[in-house]
Design a protein around this ligand. Structure first.
Ligand SMILES: Nc1ncnc2c1ncn2[C@@H]1O[C@H](COP(=O)(O)OP(=O)(O)OP(=O)(O)O)[C@@H](O)[C@H]1O
Length: 574
């Protein structure tokens, strides 16, 4: 055997020993590894062995690394004194193991690169779009304008702050003026922008039938509405009492996020007679205002930013371009991922509950609103015991994920909401790309019993990766459905990481880490250029880098490559 041949055999041997686990325990671990990879589904199965191992494999990997070291030292004892040929084989074998160790080292470096990037971008917190203000805990602090919306639980009015100094001009409407005011005139919202400037707030007046009229009872029964409330939303005294647990359980609050509504103030007050009240919602008025009314005298008011329209209203007027549509789906996924991380399930996601404004480029910025049906348990769990029909599953039955819609109450039954909102994003994505929502009457699928092959095709103009993400989000089986984070990562990679993924059967982590570093540099540089940092794309990129987790990224890459492989196979078979 030539030395060259011996070396190549040694390399092979090294890899085989490592991968197949020829040592007894190594063999068992390797078999488990292979079995788990098989169970993990096609995405993981088709990926390269070392490239996309989910977190539970890290243990095996570490163990195998230990075994490789044992193997090396055992081999050394056996071969070190042998013939030159044996020594060559051993050296090459060691080199083979070394290569794998190198790969593990690359993984370790990539993980620490991710952590470092995350640390840089987490430092820069998302800034609320309105300047902070210190009062505004009473209804009299506001001037209320026209009604801007109405749901089944509340009416919403435009509002301005009384406590703000008088307007200087139409542009400078109040102390709490919209920060992006300088550039917003360019955005396609001229019809509404005057009213938005004069009334930068929206006040949601809840309808109060059964809660009684004490502040305690109102806050307790409408507590979910407070989930997106900021730390100063409730008056200090109320906050302290609620923290003491005096009012019963008040929900956790979510931290600020560009794609989640912020409630700036929440207070109770007597129900006033507002424009349209007698005509549009007479029954919910208190007898003081309508003798036949069934409402209580006091209710909860929530002060938010006034947005120009809902997602549904926007989509009735225009169809976003493919890039804008992708950015819109991505924003919903980012918002949902944020909620999941903070232990909140929205449970009533629909295009009426998504508000929309425009950035300085005219790109729609989406915020998830109306938390009235949300699940926000104190232990942050997204699992809810479902032992009786009286347990609420959430709002809007049409967009209820299959695992929730089909659940039957019983002893030990648990509703798992960890991927339920992500499923709803999949359904809403159809609307974003100009189609009927398949789960509304016009198409008529039902989440409880549809088959995935019944899902209507998306327009061919929708990018293939995006179509694949939407298909995955609408998987019936939540175990086969990606989380909002993984789905968002797929879109990030598809939008901005094409080079990192291009022409590859698999993507080495080092290449991805290089791309992440470049991406970080680009985002940081863009941030230095001033207002561009407020653009939707910049926000999304910053959010992605701030939430970077290696395993989620790997899974996203695995899914994307699998999707591409599938669509290539389809093209070839046609
Ligand atoms: N911050 C806001 N800015 C502008 N419009 C808003 C705002 N909040 C709500 N709206 C409008 O008011 C409508 C009703 O608000 P919301 O969905 O919060 O009420 P609801 O009664 O809780 O709804 P649902 O019937 O879904 O329970 C929205 O669909 C939207 O048109």
């Amino acid at each position: 055997m030539s030395v060259k041949h011996a070396i190549s055999r040694g390399l092979e041997l090294g890899r085989s020993v490592f991968q197949l686990g020829l040592l007894k325990s190594g063999g068992r671990l390797a078999a488990k590894l292979r079995a788990d990879r098989f169970r993990a589904g096609p995405s993981v199965r088709t990926a390269q062995p070392q490239a996309f191992l989910p977190s539970r494999y890290r243990y095996y990997r570490t163990s195998l690394k230990g075994l490789a070291a044992q193997l090396q030292s055992a081999g050394f004892r056996r071969f070190a004194g042998g013939s030159p040929r044996n020594r060559a084989v051993f050296l090459a074998f060691g080199l083979g193991v070394g290569l794998i160790e190198q790969q593990l080292e690359d993984d370790r470096k990539s993980a620490s690169t991710c952590q470092e990037i995350q640390a840089v971008f987490r430092k820069k917190k998302f800034q609320s779009p309105l300047k902070p203000f210190t009062s505004g805990y009473k209804l009299e602090d506001y001037i209320l304008g026209n009604q801007i919306g109405k749901g089944s639980n509340a009416a919403v009015y435009e509002a301005a702050a009384q406590f703000a100094p008088p307007k200087q001009s139409a542009r400078k409407c109040s102390l709490v003026q919209i920060k992006e005011g300088e550039v917003e005139t360019e955005a396609p919202r001229s019809l509404t922008c005057c009213s938005l400037r004069n009334f930068p707030f929206a006040i949601k007046m809840m309808w109060n039938f059964g809660a009684g009229s004490s502040s305690e009872a109102i806050l307790k029964s409408m507590s979910q509405e407070l989930v997106p409330a900021g730390p100063q939303a409730l008056k200090q005294e109320i906050e302290e009492i609620t923290l003491d647990g005096h009012f019963g359980v008040l929900p956790k609050r979510v931290s600020t996020h560009p794609n989640v509504i912020r409630v700036y103030r929440a207070f109770t007050a007597d129900v006033p007679l507002l424009p349209g009240a007698q005509e549009e919602y007479p029954d919910v008025l208190p007898p003081r205002l309508n003798p036949a009314g069934l409402g209580n005298n006091r209710t909860l008011f929530l002060v938010m930013k006034n947005y120009p329209c809902t997602l549904r209203q926007y989509l009735e007027m225009s169809t976003p371009s493919r890039r804008q549509g992708t950015l819109m789906v991505l924003q919903l996924l980012e918002g949902i991922d944020h909620l999941c991380r903070e232990g909140v399930a929205h449970r009533d996601l629909k295009s009426d509950n998504v508000l929309l404004e425009f950035d300085s480029d005219g790109c729609p910025r989406l915020v998830i609103s109306d938390f009235g049906c949300c699940l926000a348990q104190s232990d942050s769990s997204l699992q809810l015991p479902f032992n009786s029909i009286w347990v609420s599953k959430g709002g809007n039955a049409s967009l209820m994920a299959p695992e929730v819609a089909t659940a039957v109450p019983g002893c030990g039954v648990v509703l798992d909401y960890s991927k339920a909102d992500a499923w709803a994003v999949g359904a809403i994505s159809y609307e974003i790309f100009g189609q009927q929502n398949p789960f509304y009457r016009a198409v008529g699928l039902e989440s409880r019993n549809y088959q995935e092959k019944q899902l209507p095709p998306l327009p061919s103009s929708v990018p293939a990766d995006v179509q694949f993400v939407i298909r995955l989000l609408l998987r019936r089986n939540p175990n086969k459905r990606p989380t909002a984070r993984v789905a968002a990562n797929m879109l990030h990679l598809s939008l901005w990481g094409r080079k990192a993924l291009a022409n590859q059967d698999s993507v080495g982590m080092r290449k991805l880490a290089d791309w992440l570093l470049c991406q970080s540099a680009v985002v940081l540089l863009k941030g230095c250029q001033g207002p561009s940092g407020n653009k939707v794309e910049a926000e999304l990129q910053r959010g992605f880098l701030a939430n970077l987790e290696l395993e989620d990224l790997r899974t996203a890459v695995g899914f994307l490559l699998y999707g591409r492989e599938q669509s290539q196979a389809c093209v070839l078979s046609v």
